[in-house]
Structure formats: C-alpha cells, structure tokens
Design a binder for this molecule. Structure first.
Ligand SMILES: C[S@@+](CC[C@H](N)C(=O)[O-])C[C@H]1O[C@@H](n2cnc3c(N)ncnc32)[C@H](O)[C@@H]1O
Length: 341
C-alpha cells in the first residue's frame, strides 16, 4: 500500500452497487424490540389490521431454546431474559405465520432440521451493537505501543505482514477501524503489509460487513482526517451513505465462524486479536475454552484486546496483562515468525 493516498471522492456506487439493495438493515444492528411478548399479542397493528395472536412463551419453551442457544453459540440466557428472547424470536414467528413458540421449535428442529431457519434464529438472538473506533484507546494503544513492539521483535526480512483478527466483528465497524488504523500506520513504513480476518456467528452481520456501507451517524465516529482518506461519500440518490474504500475492503476477509467451534479455523497465526464485547454473554467455562483457543492462535508476543466490561481475571490463562483490557502472549526468546496453523 505504501504511501499512496487512499482518498477517493464522489459516487460510491460501482461494483455491485450495494446501495441498490434494500436499505432497511443498514446500520440497524440494534433495531431490536424488547417489548414483552405478552403485551404484543394484544395490540393492533399500527397500519391497520391486527397482529397475529402469538401465545406467550412458556418456561419449558424458554428452557428448550435457551439450552440450544447456549450449546450452539455459548450465549447464556438466564430466566430473566425470557421476555427478551420471546420478543426477538417473535419476528421469525410472524414472518412464518406461526402462532406459538412450540410450533417454531418444531419448525427449526424437527428432523432432519432446518439449518436456514436455525441461522435466522441465531441472527435474531445475537446482540450486534458496535461502532467505529469503539473504545478509542485500544486503537491508540495498537498504533503507539503494540505495533512498534511487534515490529521490534521481528527478524528482518520475515513477517512483513501483520495479521489481525476481529473475532465477533458484527457489521464490520471494528475490522474497518482496524484497517483504517493499519493503513495509516503502514503508509509511513514501506514494505509492511497487513491482513484482517473478520468473523462472526451472524450471517446477516457478515453480509453487512462485506457491503461496507454505513449511514452518516455511524461514520461520524471515524476521525475526520481518516474519514477523508479512507471513506467514500455517496452522491445523488446515495447521499447520506458512506463506503469504505476498496483498498481497505480488499484487506478484510469476512467469514462466518462460531467461536464455540473446537477447531476455530483462522487460517494463519494472528499477531493481534480484537475479541471485544463478545464474551460478556458467555459463562466462565465457555470463556475459559475460548481464551485457550485464542492463545493457541496468537503468535508469541501477540496482543489480545477485550471489551471494557470484560476481564480475564479468574480465568486460568497464560496471557500477561499489559494495560486495562489488553493482554499479551509472552514472547519466546527467538524472533516471531508467522506460520500457518
Ligand atoms: C456486541 S457485538 C460486538 C462487536 C464488536 N466486537 C464491538 O466490540 O463493537 C457481539 C458480536 O459477537 C457475535 N457473537 C456472539 N456469539 C458468537 C459466537 N459464538 N461466535 C461468533 N460470534 C459471536 C454476535 O453475533 C455479535 O455480532
């Protein structure tokens, strides 16, 4: 990428014209209605007609769904979350014209099973809130501490590609914030490259990340100078929408990946892992297993960033804490050389 400026202006349409696709999901990752199911079964549709009557979720139904969600995604839903789960799944019931959670359970799980609907169900229950440069001190630490330290320990001529992984990337704001930070960093360091793996359980989030189109509200948290260099502005009918420049989109590989997967195929060993605001929904045992897998997939001397409400305290692990919510895999005495897993 060298010193070539990445700035582009004007029309963001072009290849595949993402803005011709339905717009209602752009930036609406938190568009989740948390009203209790019981209430919604009795209201009238705002545009006339009435809602399909849906029977309230029983405790037994809640247990069946929450057990599956825990086993499949690691997400723990205590009984107090019953109304929230019912509300989130209600959209699927309405879309399918079903009137009870028992019918929906059957629809998803009756042999041979329904993988497509299972994916949609998981999409409905995950919380995808995210933003560009969320917890900005992490990006500052990456730029000023982590990257210089990683490079200092590199043997000359080896490891000229820094590999980053956004684990639980949601709709792409986190991996693109990393890409923007990295692009600005390497613009002063000829020969240095980077690649980013962005993974999430939710197929919808992965698709949004690949489109890389965001509304004005979202783009506002990208620092002005970086926005000028790495974000394209829509014009005409696309006014108010923004897209990450192709040079950065090419460096971010999106992939659907369940962090519960025992094999957790990341392809390469990683130098930097951002796994933020994901484990907050996992129980201790699931967290323990996940951090062991992340540790194994990090190069020696590599860094792990977690969310501000998260901690590795009480988890048996070999990470060294280097700053609040930032951890490091101890460096081996020999220089770090990336290799395939
Ligand atoms: C709250 S968002 C956090 C996004 C971003 N990391 C951030 O901090 O802004 C959590 C993301 O983790 C994903 N997630 C939850 N459980 C997962 C799992 N078992 N495997 C992969 N991703 C998961 C969700 O789909 C969601 O997009």
């Amino acid at each position: 990428m060298g010193k070539t400026p990445l700035r582009e202006k004007g029309d963001i349409a072009g290849e595949n014209d993402p803005l011709k696709q339905p717009q209602d999901d752009i930036g609406s990752s938190e568009a989740l209605d948390l009203v209790s199911t019981q209430k919604q079964t009795r209201v009238t549709h705002p545009r006339g007609g009435s809602w399909l009557e849906i029977a309230g979720m029983t405790d037994a139904e809640f247990t069946r769904f929450s057990r599956f969600i825990h086993d499949q995604c690691g997400i723990t839903l205590p009984p107090a979350k019953k109304a929230m789960l019912a509300s989130r799944l209600q959209k699927r019931l309405r879309a399918l014209g079903l009137t009870s959670y028992a019918q929906y359970y059957d629809y998803v799980f009756r042999p041979p099973g329904n993988p497509d609907e299972c994916t949609k169900m998981i999409d409905a229950v995950t919380t995808n809130r995210t933003e560009f440069f969320r917890e900005p001190h992490h990006f500052e630490y990456l730029r000023s501490q982590a990257l210089p330290s990683l490079l200092k320990h590199r043997r000359p001529g080896t490891g000229q590609t820094i590999r980053l992984w956004s684990a639980g990337c949601s709709s792409g704001e986190e991996p693109y914030s990393l890409a923007i930070t990295m692009a600005a960093f390497i613009s002063e360091r000829p020969g240095l490259e980077f690649s980013i793996l962005a993974t999430d359980l939710s197929a919808t989030m992965i698709a949004m990340g690949q489109r890389a189109v965001y509304g004005e509200e979202k783009i506002r948290s990208v620092p002005f100078q970086l926005r000028k260099n790495y974000v394209m502005r829509g014009v005409g009918s696309q006014k108010g929408y923004y897209r990450i420049v192709p040079e950065l989109r090419r460096r971010v590989q999106f992939k659907r990946l369940n962090l519960m997967d025992p094999n957790l195929d990341t392809g390469s060993v990683m130098d930097i892992v951002f796994c933020r605001n994901v484990i907050i929904y996992f129980d201790r045992e699931t967290q323990q297993r996940l951090f062991k897998k992340i540790f194994d997939r990090l190069a020696s001397g590599g860094f792990l960033f977690i969310g501000h409400a998260e901690t590795l305290d009480g988890i048996n692990n070999n990470f060294v804490r280097v700053a609040p919510t930032i951890y490091r895999k101890p460096a081996e005495r020999s220089a770090v050389t990336p290799h395939r897993l």
